[in-house]
Ligand binder design. Structure first.
Ligand code: GCV
Length: 668
């Protein structure tokens, strides 16, 4: 099985009988995207059924019947009334119809047909009507131009090498994979824009970027670039990047004109400003709105979007300072600017207030910002969740985030409603994921990590799909239909986030990792450092007081969330230490004490991993050999490494608290 194609492998498999009778595809009603959709459909049918249908790409709708029998054909037909990207699949007298009102609708409709085909479903009597729920469904790559990837765990970049841009077969497969799950935008370079990447908006790279963007365009995907806010200075042309300076404004106007002319399929820019050492408007005493709006005005004539990140905090904190709270910083920096951003600016907000920990509360800006376009940023690169060596299927976490009620309105107030544009009637909004791909043969290092890439795209398109459904689909499309494989891999995926959380930092406190590279346990790794990420454990208790008496962070939520988080009796167990400093002897809602919870979850988390590995081993011979070997190697590492987590965390808290495990298990 060719893993370069991930879930788009079109090798023969058993499918419902009528697929073998497909003899024609009629697809004359769209542009280049539709042509690519039809070609993809043809390749999928030919590969899977062994029978190649004829593709009638230039035949007007009116002349189709003249070709004879329409039963057994797939017809692309214009259908009014569907949202951009929406499609309608149905059967008419033995023919399968893909109705859509635009090119992207045909593209996603064709990929829906391929999904049905790979899953082996019949199309008789089929009736599927879908429209993308989130307008923007994006990937953010943190690829550097030297070929490395910041927080990359699956090889090197396939976009860049030695400061050059790569455009090749993999670019096409990448675009097909993204389109197949409905992703419509991608940022190819790291948000930390330095050195050569600053020059991406210059003549040096335009030709290659245009080529790449055209390939993406064929699959309905817009290319985006991360921008260096200080580009006018770093490109050696000005000595200021002050957003209110006339000279700077003019510089950007000229630059945007050039860039959009040379790369017509450019969607816009992503900007990390005044964060972790990156330049921004603060240098000039200006606000984020000043900075974003200046760029937005310059990009507006070309329909360009400015996606501005809210990951802004003081990374030079004094660990002795109990007042400054990093969790508050995104909110404090942006809430006063609500309603002041230009219409083509979107604020991109991480799912939690800290940084992609295994458990965090939802970012309090969701529901607080009412008059600003906003996007949710999640991370499928598993920076803090096992770095694609541990299995951690993150879709259940994303579902919880999307389902969180903000109380910003009486109804339609969940994070999903907000980023789908429902709550505040916005059209420039959606969801982005920090990507988990690299040039490894299987794209994602751990074969099972591809479920996160797949699930993310599908979820952004159709958030009502359950995590389990998406996992099932991905397993069957990738490994074929085998009940045992399905059951085991489903068990592993669906338990993986829970298991990882169990043997990781307890009760929402986060951060007990080795500094810098963020892998492996180190309880005090960040405790006496400048990053604002503390657990405040002493011999009596642990946790950060973010209640009214503490940093006041809990009060940033709307009621009743604020009160729920503010009191340790109503705060959900899994976030208790994020919001409160508690004695080890405090009884959780579960009835266990904090310390016993720590011990139990760490022992049980490891047991769960053992069970996952044991069940995986039972699949030997049922999975493609190379892929099975790769996974097994990672599972064996996870088994060992989860023990390291268990023992370091349990030992640390046993030594700190002096309280023994009720069950008398081995703690060092
Ligand atoms: C791209 C965290 C990561 C950084 C990342 C940053 C961000 O701090 O560790 O690698 O930088 O988040 O999201 O900008």
């Amino acid at each position: 099985m060719g893993f370069e194609q991930a879930w788009l492998s079109y090798e023969p498999r058993e499918v419902s009988p009528e697929w073998y009778g497909i003899h024609g595809i009629y697809a004359d009603c769209g542009g280049r995207i539709t042509e690519h959709a039809a070609a993809e459909l043809k390749a999928a049918i030919a590969g899977i059924t062994g029978k190649e249908p004829v593709l009638y790409a230039d035949l007007p709708e009116t002349e189709r019947e003249a070709c004879g029998e329409m039963a057994g054909c797939i017809l692309f037909e214009k259908e009014q009334g569907l949202k951009e990207g929406g499609y309608h699949l149905f059967e008419r007298k033995g023919a399968l119809i893909i109705g859509a009102s635009d090119d992207r609708g045909f593209l996603y409709g064709a990929f829906e047909v391929i999904r049905q085909l790979q899953l082996g479903n019949s199309y008789q009597g089929i009736e599927i009507r879908k429209e993308p729920v989130m307008p923007l469904r994006m990937l953010n790559h943190w690829d550097n131009m030297d070929g490395s990837i910041e927080r990359g765990y699956s090889g090197n970049s396939f976009f860049f090498d030695k400061d050059e841009i790569l455009v090749n077969e993999r670019t096409v497969t990448y675009a097909r994979l993204l389109a197949s799950v409905g992703i419509n935008g991608t940022v190819i370079n790291n948000v930390n824009v330095k050195d050569a990447a600053t020059w991406l908006i210059t003549d040096k790279y335009f030709d290659k970027l245009r080529q790449m963007s055209e390939i993406f365009g064929d699959y309905g995907i817009k290319l985006f670039l991360s921008l260096n806010y200080a580009a006018p200075i770093e490109l050696g042309e000005l000595d200021s990047a002050d957003p209110l300076s006339e000279e700077v404004r003019k510089w950007w106007e000229k630059r945007m004109k050039l860039v959009f002319e040379r790369i017509p399929n450019l969607g816009g820019f992503l900007i990390k400003a005044d964060s972790e050492g990156r330049p921004g408007p603060f240098t000039y005493g200006r606000t984020h709105a000043d900075g974003a709006n200046m760029l937005a005005r310059a990009a507006e004539p070309y329909g360009g979007l400015i996606i501005w990140r809210c990951f802004v905090y003081n990374c030079r904190q004094d660990w002795r300072d109990y007042k400054t709270d990093r969790a508050r910083s995104g909110y404090d920096n942006f809430i006063g600017l609500d309603g002041t951003f230009h219409d083509n600016v979107i604020l991109q907000i991480k799912n939690g207030p800290m940084d992609f920990q295994v458990r965090e509360p939802v970012h309090p800006l969701f529901g607080a910002l009412k008059a600003t376009n906003q996007m949710l940023e999640v991370q499928i690169a598993q920076e803090y969740t096992g770095q694609q060596r541990h299995v951690c299927y993150l879709i259940p976490m994303f579902k919880e985030v999307l389902g969180f009620r903000t109380y910003a309105a009486e109804t339609d107030d969940t994070v999903e409603d907000i980023v789908a544009g429902k709550t505040f009637k916005q059209t420039k909004c959606g969801m982005a994921a920090v990507a988990n791909t690299g040039n490894d043969e299987n794209w994602t290092g751990h074969d099972l990590a591809a479920a996160n890439l797949y699930g993310f795209g599908r979820l952004a398109f159709e958030p009502s799909a359950t995590a389990k459904e998406l996992a099932e689909e991905w397993i069957e499309r990738t490994f074929g239909k085998d009940q045992e494989v399905l059951e085991v891999l489903l068990f592993i995926l669906m338990n993986s986030w829970r298991a990882y959380e169990m043997y990781n930092a307890p009760l929402g406190i986060g951060w007990m990792v080795n500094p810098n590279y963020h892998y492996g346990p180190n309880v005090d790794g960040y405790e006496y450092d400048r990053w604002g990420t503390y657990h405040r454990a002493d011999y009596q208790g642990i946790g950060v007081d973010r209640s009214r008496q503490g940093t006041g962070y809990a009060g940033l939520y709307r009621e009743p969330n604020a009160s729920m988080y503010d009191s340790p009796t109503s705060c959900p167990d899994e976030l208790l230490l994020f919001f409160h400093h508690m004695p080890y002897t405090h009884k959780l809602q579960s009835g266990k004490t904090v310390i016993q919870h720590i011990y139990d979850t760490h022992f049980e988390g490891v047991e769960l991993v053992d069970e996952m590995v044991e069940r995986f081993e039972s699949l030997e011979g049922k999975l493609p050999e190379k892929s099975c070997r790769r996974m097994l190697e990672r599972f064996l590492h996870q088994k060992e490494h989860s023990r390291e987590w268990r023992d370091q965390i349990n030992t640390y808290f046993y030594r700190k608290s002096g309280i023994p495990d009720e069950k008398g298990r081995k703690i060092y």
